[in-house]
Design a protein around this ligand. Structure first.
Ligand code: UTP
Length: 295
């Protein structure tokens, strides 16, 4: 029986420069996908997967994140007084239970690895999940839930991986794997391999289950690429002593931290909505017809 993964860290202290100027005053993680902040989908995935406590790593200019997950007393009262109970109930559904969410500040944005390390005292010495909030991963079953099941069978560390076209591999963190009697294990990780040298076409995606020893490695780790404390560097060091298993995610992933991924995610989620799908579909058809007429 392996120790249950109860806590998840969501690092949300980065500057979000790819989404400037929007992120000058609005945290990237609160930009909406249709009518919910990106971060709301990620927190929902964590709880739906069986996580009991979410730790969000924030920073300066990110105070609105904490407010979003609070009970909005004035709006709730005003909606209920106006008889708009459906809207008030929907808002309440997106507010986590009291005590199930904590916030910690990364006082300097020193990289993803440093952001994860910032939450070490809240997590303690137990396995934990990490969800990157700009990676919206859409499937019938939440990606993290499948990872928790794999962890339940084998323990150790689990990372989500996805297939990319071989000619795109130089843009990603790529894993090498070896088969074992009970499923593949990771043998190596390489950040942005030179074109033609990637050991596979499986890249590390936005979800992790990690053992607490990673905190010890991050504590003494020197800055890596971009002068930042990189989570991948700590995982490479972890490979020397612990097993990392891959969970291949086969759903759709949207990098909502980039303008193209953000727009695609909005279209995808709007099309999937019973109340919006038909009108958005009609708008897309109209735009496509206008483009065909010009061509
Ligand atoms: P990204 O590199 O995608 O986010 O980090 P970023 O730095 O905010 O975005 P760009 O590249 O400038 O557009 C992945 C996640 O890690 C968090 C980010 O908030 C993002 O959710 N992060 C990154 C931190 O919490 N702290 C950091 O020091 C760096």
């Amino acid at each position: 029986m392996h120790t249950k993964v109860r806590k998840a860290i969501i690092p949300a202290a980065g500057f979000g420069t790819r989404m400037l100027p929007a992120t000058k005053s609005v945290p990237k993680e609160l930009l909406p996908i249709v009518d919910r902040p990106i971060l709301d989908y990620i927190v929902a995935e964590a709880f739906a997967s069986g996580i009991e406590h979410v730790v969000i790593v924030t920073g300066r200019m990110k105070g609105a994140i904490e407010d979003y997950f609070d009970h909005a007393f004035e709006i709730d009262v005003s909606l209920r007084n106006a008889g708009k109970h459906g809207l008030a109930d929907r808002m309440a559904q997106h507010t986590p239970g009291t005590g199930s969410i904590s916030f910690v500040r990364q006082q300097q944005a020193r990289g993803l690895g440093h952001a994860v390390w910032t939450a070490r005292q809240i997590v303690g010495r137990e396995p934990f999940a990490v969800l990157l909030p700009d990676m919206l991963m859409v499937d019938d079953k939440p990606c993290l839930q499948s990872m928790m099941e794999l962890h339940g069978r084998h323990g150790g560390n689990v990372i989500a991986v996805e297939k990319c076209a071989p000619e795109e591999a130089h843009k990603f963190g790529i894993v090498s794997l070896k088969p074992t009697g009970d499923g593949p294990v990771v043998t190596g990780l390489v950040e942005k391999p030179a074109p033609g040298t990637a050991p596979s076409n499986l890249f590390i995606s936005g979800r992790y289950i990690l053992q607490p020893e990673i905190f010890d490695l991050l504590e003494s780790q020197a800055p890596g690429a971009g002068g930042e404390i990189q989570l991948t560097d700590a995982m490479i060091a972890l490979l020397g002593t612990q097993e990392i298993r891959p969970l291949e995610f086969c759903g759709r992933t949207f990098d909502c931290g980039s303008p193209a991924g953000f727009v695609s995610a909005n279209l995808h989620m709007a099309l999937a909505r019973a109340d919006l799908g038909a009108s958005v579909d009609m708008e897309i058809e109209t735009l496509a017809a206008a483009r065909r007429a010009v061509a």
